[in-house]
Design a protein around this ligand. Sequence first.
Ligand code: AMP
Ligand code: ZN
Length: 471
Amino acid sequence: MWPFTKQHPDIWFTNTLSGRKELFKPLSSGEVKMYNCGPTVYDVAHIGNLWSYLFADTVRRVLKQNGYQVRQVINITDFGHLSSSADSGNDKMSTALTREGKELTLENMRELAEKYTNIFLADLKTLNINIKDITFPRASDFIPEQRELIKTLENKGFAYRTTDGVYFDTTKFKDYGRLGSINLEGLREGARIVASAEKKGATDFLLWKPDPNIGWDSPWGKGFPGWHIECSAMIQKTLGTQIDIHTGGIDLVPTHHNNEIAQSESASGKKPFSRFWLHHQFLNLKNEKMSKSLGNILNLSSLIDKGFHPLSLRYLSHTVHYRQSSDFTWEALAAAQETLVRLWNTAQKVRKQAGEKGSASEASLRMQTAFRDDLGIPRGLALLQEGLGGSLSVWQKWQMLVDADEVLGLELTNPPVGVREEDRAKANEREEARKRKDYATSDRLRTEFENSGYRVYDGVKETIYIQTTKR
Ligand code: AMP
Ligand code: ZN
């Protein structure tokens, strides 16, 4: 058939722009441009931050399952912006340099950022996010683009200068605050945005912050771009003036994302800057948002050190809908891991017996429909369990696992349970030692296994080996 047209089943997302669930359609058929607000790399990311990129990866996977190519960009904020979405306070990157006993220079900032960027990328990989498919632009590599954008905004009359910086004039942008229907009154002085003496309006925000001691040259003096401008500039450069999907945590809606829209649409004159805005809720710890400033954080490595497979965090993230917050507990993680290991064991059995190809199952189609319905991952997961426990043929169960894993990313088609062929003799030796209650030998062999990339769980009936590293 010519011209070749690919059918995409309907996908629905809740769009923060309209506040409703909407049918997804990209600007150009077949390709989706997606931007996910990235981390400030001043420390090791906590699992709350990682939650955000697990979410973005699930969006990507659902799009791919339905035949779309995805161009995905996650920015890396690698130099100081002021400490929060407000325009005041200490800068996180500078604070981190002091913490690490380094002098405050741009080179040191970049070096510190690279160190934490590498840890961030390694964490994403550990969570089975394919980082090769994603572009990670560093904000400090896009200073000329940020300066250009500010100049454009100035030339078009959207910006004004004060002695402490260049500001965006939010009264010039009539849709300001539309995303998330923000109550602008609520953003007045003393709230999230701290006023400067010369700032004309409380919601106006910095585009350029002069600093005589450190920064880049600009028509507004040596200094730094404001935080929000980096996303607008990098999106324009890497994806274009209009994109299909923009994501982030709900904390970014009132200020950062409204500011991005104001900058991008004012500069390009094109609306909407992003057709879909998807915001996820938080991962909490003891009922509070996990965040560095509150000090209630956990890193991925601390989960692994406690004996958890990293994918149990991914599994946990699939058990709650993205528009609901989740409270992290070790018990919940343990339960997630237990279910995941059971799923891996089933997958292994099913894989071995899969046999002759049959017809696609209704059960799998229902599961995929749930995935497409505003990322109904928890529902899809329940349907998967139902399908695996039901009367499908072994081949249909296998196919359902393959379909599920395209979205879940849990290595269901190549489960990391059991011992590798080359370690089988050692596992048998350990089994024998346990039978004759020779705990010295079984403990020694356990340590050997743990030192060579396994977690070992001695259950009542059998020992479960989980491969924590790939060979
Ligand atoms: P930041 O590095 O603070 O700019 O955050 C990067 C991303 O992580 C943003 O999209 C935040 O909304 C998100 N984020 C931060 N803390 C959490 C949390 N506890 N749960 C979920 N997402 C979070
Ligand atoms: Zn952003």
